[in-house]
Every structure is written in C-alpha cells, then in structure tokens.
Write a protein that binds this ligand. Structure first.
Ligand code: SF4
Length: 195
C-alpha cells in the first residue's frame, strides 16, 4: 500500500490519540477527543498576544484559572490556538520543583501609584486611580486644546496626549475606545496591532 506523507500523519496521529485516550479511560469514546475540565466555570476571553484576536475559554474554580483552551465557538479561531496562545495559562502560573502549577509570585494584582518625585510605589484603589487619570486627561486636554491651526483652519485637537489601543480588547471595545479618544480631540492614536 502506498502511503503519502498526509495519510502517514493521519494514521500515526489516530494511533497515538487512541492510545492516549485509552490510557485515560476513554477507550469507548475515542470520537470525543477533548478531555473536559470538570466542575469548572467557563469564562470566555480574547488572547492578549496578537491582533488575530483568538477566542479562549478559561476554566475557573474557586476564583482561580485551572485551565484554558481555544474556544470552538469563536468565529476567528474555531478552537485552534497557536503555540503562544496555548501557553496563556502560564501568564498567571509557574511550576514548582514538583511540577505543580503555582500562582506567579510576581503577579501584580493591586493598583500601584508613584506620586511625582516620589521614590516609592504605594497601593491605591481603583477609585483613586480612575479619578486621577480622568483629572489629568481633562487638565492636559483643556490646557493644550487647539480650535484652529496656524492657518485658521478648524482642527479641534490636542497633540499633548497619545493613546495606545490593545490587542487584548475585542474589536467592539477598541471601536468604543476610538470613539472616546476622538471625541476628546486626541489625534495621536496607535495600537500594538495597528487596529
Ligand atoms: S492564539 Fe496565537 S494567533 Fe491567536 S491571538 Fe493568540 S497569539 Fe495570536
């Protein structure tokens, strides 16, 4: 029998998959390949790494992510993830010497603020941070706003603030950010994936 490269990969893949599922006690359900993360809540999110914006399901138990995989219902990736997206679990976890996943000790979970000319960071709450951000945007925008340019052309802009979007956000979220930023007259707008 002549075996092409493609049929060889299919045959060996099927053999390895069958052996693996059998060892996991799934010998009778080889068709149902994915092993479910039982009892965990499913939370959908978007891969933060690049502009493709693949959908991911995070499995959450006791407020902790216990697993993640591609979202088969997502129209962009239909369940597939590249090697970077497949490693998303390791954004929050590292492995101890026994190979157990433990929460990354350096993960920042609180808002940190360093006042002008201060040497130390201090913990603040979100209300403090959001109020400060809003105040500074407003002050900067108002003090640098240009209604007309040097030729008398109406421009209604500020060139003192720049905004960077995020590939972690969905298209819809980035659309709303864009509307907000434009409404403030900010014209220096970019995005890590140029969306
Ligand atoms: S899974 Fe890969 S291709 Fe998809 S968004 Fe993440 S990095 Fe990009």
């Amino acid at each position: 029998m002549k075996i092409s490269r493609r049929s060889f990969l299919k045959l060996t893949g099927a053999a390895v998959g069958t052996a693996t599922l059998a060892s996991l006690g799934f010998a009778d359900s080889v068709e149902a390949a994915p092993v479910p993360v039982q009892y965990a809540k499913e939370v959908t999110t978007i891969c933060p790494y690049c502009s493709v914006g693949c959908g991911i399901i995070c499995y959450v138990q006791n407020n902790k992510v216990v697993g993640a995989e591609g979202d088969p219902d997502h129209p962009i990736n239909e369940g597939a993830l590249c090697s970077k997206g497949s490693s998303i679990f390791n954004l929050a976890y590292i492995y101890d010497q026994q190979g157990q996943a433990i929460e990354h000790p350096q993960r920042i979970k609180k808002v940190l603020y360093r006042a002008p000319r201060a040497a130390e960071w201090k913990e603040v709450d979100w209300d403090f941070a959001l109020k400060h951000i809003a105040q500074r945007i407003k002050e900067t925008r108002d003090s640098t706003f240009e209604r007309v340019d040097e030729n008398g052309v109406t421009v209604n802009r500020t060139r003192a603030i720049a905004h960077l979007g995020s590939a972690t956000c969905t298209n819809e979220e980035n659309y709303l950010y864009h509307k907000l930023i434009r409404s403030l007259g900010i014209i220096n707008i970019d995005h890590c994936a140029r969306l």
